[in-house]
Structures are given as structure tokens and as C-alpha cells.
Write a protein that binds this ligand. Structure first.
Ligand code: MG
Length: 367
């Protein structure tokens, strides 16, 4: 199976409601889609969301990396030279993890199609079903309580609550949400780097003392502040999950060795795809640290790839793959079935995606 062309373009998917975190507010998913064509009928699909505030990858940067660095390496190559293609993808340009992730997943898709096996099985997985949480945007406490009730009515029993905009209000926000949901609902929170270490410990322990029963907190302090992260991890009653602090496998080693977090959040867009995500999962397992699989605001091509990875690794125990459930429409054909909190993989070869509607081509490189 030889690669004959690489094409990239944009899609836009409206959200059900604006997505608000401590870092940004957005109302639609604006992703770059990558298609890798071969000399057989097989096409590999990848997706990269431009999440400038987290990865530094804008749409223009993703497109530039595709055109000048990633696509030229792929043309004419045999998909069976898989490890070589994986290494080339990671090494041909520094950073640009979202563009690399899009190419990585399209190559896994093709490799699975070539060998007629779904990617989760290729990775050694046996489970096909995941249950995801749903994100509640940061707003005033009453709005968040209302949004939480709507999520419960949709069948979700685990909510990820965004906090960190105006920290004085965060305990009030969580109290409002806890009061609005049934007993037994799991609440996890994401501060998106908003707090100072001492402030984080005060807020988190205050929440637990109020009986708000927080399962875990994501990235309480600045991404680069590993000492601050460790400080919070050692003093907070709430388990701490590193998100923006862990991009690469090298970041993961440092956090694991330091004991700077209780849990790690793996996202394909931070680590550059499934190839590196597997390394993070393996290292975490060695240290006895469980992982969350997360996503950016992204469509079903990318989240489907993350679901295949999650189904293959038992160390991934927390599922935060709600991107498609936040969207008002789904332009993707094939792949895992997302129905509210339930994600069910199919046994189609590769990643199973067969098409993406409303794709607007930006560039193509052909042999
Ligand atoms: Mg997060």
C-alpha cells in the first residue's frame, strides 16, 4: 500500500452551547482534516483542532506544518514501513503536535486497513465500550447548576466542571452544581492552570471540607510550574491530574519521577498521536499512575482515534472524550458510535472513518 497523495482542509462544526474555560470561550469546532490517499482504495483520515491557547497550534500553523514538513515525507512511502513513518512524523519538525497527531492517526487508520484489523485490536485491546464524562463550562453558579441538570437528563453520571475564572467564586460554583445533581454523580474539576499553588490547596481542601466530594482536579497551577503541581499534589485532599503540564513522553517521565501528580491526562493533540501516547500509557503503568484520555474541542475523527487507544490500555481509567457530544452536528461517517455518555467502537478495519462532510480543501500534495 503506497501513499499517492496527502490532502488537508478545514471543517467547521457549531457547538450546542459556547464552551468556556479559564483560558478561552468558543462557539464552534474549527478543525483541520487530513486525508492520506493510497494506490489501493484505502484512505486514512486524521484531524487536528487548532487549540492555540494550549498547544500553540493555530490552524495556519497546522496547515504550514502539513505542507512543508509532514506531507512531503509521506509521498511514495509504503504504509508497511510503519515504524519508520511514525519516527519521521515525530522528527521532521519540532513541536506541532496537533499536525503530527492528525498524520499519526491517519497512518494508524491505513495500517489497520492494510492488515484488515481495527486499530484497538492492533494495539492489543479487548474492550469496545467506554463511558465518557461531559464538560460543564465555567459560568455563574446558577447557569452551571442548570447546565449540570441538563447533562444529568441526557444520561451523564460524571461531569467535568470548568472552574478558575474568578477563583473566589469556585467553591460557590461547585456547591451549586453538587446541589443540582443526584447523589452518586461523579464531579471532577478542571482549573486550566488558573490557581496559584497555595490558593489551589486552600480552594480544594475547602471544597472537600464542605462535602463537595471532588473526584479529581485537572491542572490546578501553571503548566510550567512542576514544583507548584507537586506542592498541590502533596497537600490537597483531592487527587491531582496533570494536563497542560504533560505533552510529550519526556514530560511524563519527569512528572512520574518527581511524583508531581496523582494522574496523567493523555491527549493525542499534546503528545503527537497514538505512537507517543502508548509510551506515556506504558510509563504510567510502570509507576502505578492511572491516566485519563482527554480531547480538545474536536470532532469525531480525532476523538474516535483516542477511543481506540483508550480501549487498548487498562491504565486509562478516566474517559473525557466528550468533544462530539458538545457539537450540534456530526459531519463524520463511520467510526465509533457516540451516543451521549456511551462510546462503542466498531470492528471496521483501521479507525473505521469513511468520510467527512463539508470538508473544504486547503492543499494537496500528489505524486
Ligand atoms: Mg484539562
Amino acid at each position: 500500500m503506497k501513499i499517492t497523495a496527502v490532502e488537508w482542509g478545514r471543517i467547521s462544526i457549531p457547538l450546542r452551547t459556547p464552551f468556556k474555560t479559564a483560558l478561552r470561550t468558543v462557539d464552534s469546532v474549527e478543525d483541520v482534516i487530513v486525508k492520506i490517499y493510497t494506490d489501493t482504495a484505502a484512505v486514512g483520515y486524521g484531524e487536528a483542532p487548532p487549540t492555540g491557547v494550549i498547544t500553540g497550534d493555530t490552524a495556519e500553523a497546522i496547515i504550514g506544518a502539513m505542507e512543508h514538513h509532514l506531507a512531503p515525507n509521506l509521498l511514495g512511502r509504503d504504509v508497511d514501513d510503519f515504524e519508520d513513518l511514525m519516527l519521521l512524523t515525530q522528527r521532521c519538525v519540532l513541536h506541532n503536535t496537533s499536525a503530527k497527531a492528525a498524520v499519526d492517526m491517519a497512518l494508524w487508520d491505513l495500517y489497520g486497513k492494510l492488515h484488515d484489523i481495527p486499530v484497538y485490536k492492533l494495539l492489543g485491546g479487548a474492550r469496545k465500550h467506554l463511558v465518557t464524562d461531559l464538560t460543564i463550562s465555567v459560568n455563574d453558579p446558577d447557569t452551571m447548576a442548570r447546565d449540570a441538570r441538563i447533562a444529568i437528563d441526557r444520561g451523564f453520571d460524571c461531569l467535568k466542571i470548568k472552574v478558575g475564572v474568578n477563583p473566589q467564586l469556585d467553591v460557590e460554583r461547585l456547591s451549586a452544581v453538587r446541589g443540582a445533581v443526584p447523589v452518586g454523580t461523579t464531579l471532577r474539576i478542571d482549573a486550566n492552570q488558573a490557581w496559584k499553588p497555595k490558593e489551589a490547596v486552600r480552594i480544594l481542601n475547602g471544597m472537600q471540607e464542605k462535602g463537595l466530594d471532588i473526584e479529581l482536579v485537572e491542572q490546578p497551577v501553571a503548566a510550567r510550574d512542576l514544583e507548584g503541581l507537586k506542592y498541590v499534589t502533596e497537600r490537597s485532599y483531592v487527587p491531582v491530574l496533570a494536563d497542560e503540564a504533560v505533552f510529550s513522553p519526556e514530560d511524563a517521565i519527569r512528572i512520574l519521577q518527581l511524583g508531581a501528580a496523582d494522574l496523567l491526562n493523555i491527549k493525542l493533540m499534546k503528545c503527537g498521536g497514538i505512537y507517543n501516547a502508548m509510551k506515556i500509557a506504558t510509563m504510567s503503568e510502570m509507576y502505578g499512575v492511572e491516566c485519563m484520555i482527554g480531547c480538545m474541542l474536536e470532532g469525531r475523527v480525532a476523538v474516535n482515534a483516542a477511543a481506540h487507544l483508550a480501549c487498548a490500555r487498562q491504565v486509562i481509567t478516566k474517559i473525557d472524550l466528550d468533544g462530539p457530544m458538545l457539537c450540534a452536528q456530526d459531519p463524520v461517517h463511520g467510526g465509533a458510535v457516540f451516543c451521549e455518555r456511551n462510546i462503542t467502537l466498531t470492528d471496521e478495519p483501521g479507525l473505521g472513518v469513511t468520510g467527512v462532510d463539508r470538508f473544504e480543501r486547503v492543499g494537496i500534495l500528489e505524486k
